[in-house]
Design a protein around this ligand. Sequence first.
Ligand code: NAD
Length: 471
Amino acid sequence: MDGSYSLMAQVDQAFDRAAAHTAHPSTLLKQIKSCNSVYHMTFPIKRDDGSIEVIQAWRAEHSHHRLPTKGGIRYSMAVSEDEVMGLAAMMSYKCALVDAPFGGAKGGIRVSRHQYSDTELERITRRYTFELVKKNFIGPGVDVPAPDFGSGPREMAWIVDTYRSLHEGELNPVACVTGKPVTQGGIRGRVEATGRGVFFGIREACDVGEDMKALGLSRGLEGKTVAVQGLGNVGYHAAKFIQEGGGVLVALAEYEGGIHNPRGLDVDAVMAHRKESGSILDFPGATNLARPADVLEAECDILVPAALEQQVTEENVARVKAKIIGEAANGPLTADADAYLHDRGTMIIPGTYLNAGGVTVSYFEWVKNLSHVRFGRMQKRFEERAFGRLLSAIEDSTGRRFSEQEARDFTKGATEEDLVNSGMEETMVTAYHTVRDAQKSLGNALDLRTAAFAYAIDKIAIAYSELGIFP
Ligand code: NAD
């Protein structure tokens, strides 16, 4: 950290702004705001060429008001203690917002993953897990990591395998981490969950006619122009679902550059082009943007930053044209940029809420692991038979005969994926209106971020008050 930017300080600033709208005693607010435990580790790994490298890594558990704590593990050169603590704090507020019964945590390993072979990354991940086990910073009832920037199901599989080998005979070792491959105890729908949740949140915001009118936009997502920065797990899936939901992707960017087409870009075709050519640039029919960051300044209704934090800053904020910013990434706006956009009347859907689809489905995965049964297994066939009897009764009483296809559609019992997606949609839709209602009740001028934080603070305060420590 160069001293000019602190994610933790930015999160604390948002906390303080929101805390001023609550009535909790200052000691309780201090406890909620504090990061409970931070573990900074250094360990050596042997590279494939035989040389030794010392790796730095962290795990921060921000709040123990609910256990286990929960939060992803980031693989990036920008990882620092400050960043991990800031992201862990965001997780506490995020979990409170979507009613996931966890405290917040975050992990980070300071590596540039592109500079390591798969076997080196596996050694790093397994050693990191071992260090967490040694200090009791991982476990189904202690702290449950998940994927984040630079990590995915493969890394989670290495983690569960390492943890399991150190906890022979335990009943629930697979619940020590979420975002695993389905074959390793993962859940269907987790990979795309965060991006899908981003879509649900943006769609919900666009469906409130009154708010769209205030922005000079029509109601609904259909036809709205959208720019997305970062086409990794979150950005790609968000773009895909937004496109399927009627949004028009006019600008897309990856770290090597950006492209623009006011008539729309098909995200799957862009990804196929990138796979084939090694770059997003020179996509047929699109114009290359001069710099990757130009995507943030594209002419569009909705901007979705889905790469990293601190992307919209004092330097470029005046050139941002979008009327809605959907924070898919954590902390993509600096506090100054956020304040500028708020004053200008831009709607900012905060990441604390908008990217909570991932942790919501991680919660479902953890519950599945603890219950040792796949969602839908007990009721699918029962439901299908009950719907079948209902359909027969309708046919008998009306004389109408349903086609085989209609009968199949009407009587289909819910699969695990159906239940996961509908449970997450319910969570995201409900949480959007919770945040919006909080905004209205605290005074309409308040931004959604402050309202989301104030609501989350209230929820955590209730958990602490149950302990009877605070007045
Ligand atoms: P990822 O590693 O899968 O994807 C990030 C993508 O951004 C990569 O493809 C990378 O090349 C690209 N990128 C990096 N710098 C860029 C730049 N300057 N311009 C354009 N693209 C750039 O990571 P992810 O899991 O998609 O996470 C993205 C963000 O979402 C992070 O802020 C993360 O904390 C947040 N998030 C992720 C999850 C999750 O479930 N994975 C959940 C909540 C929040």
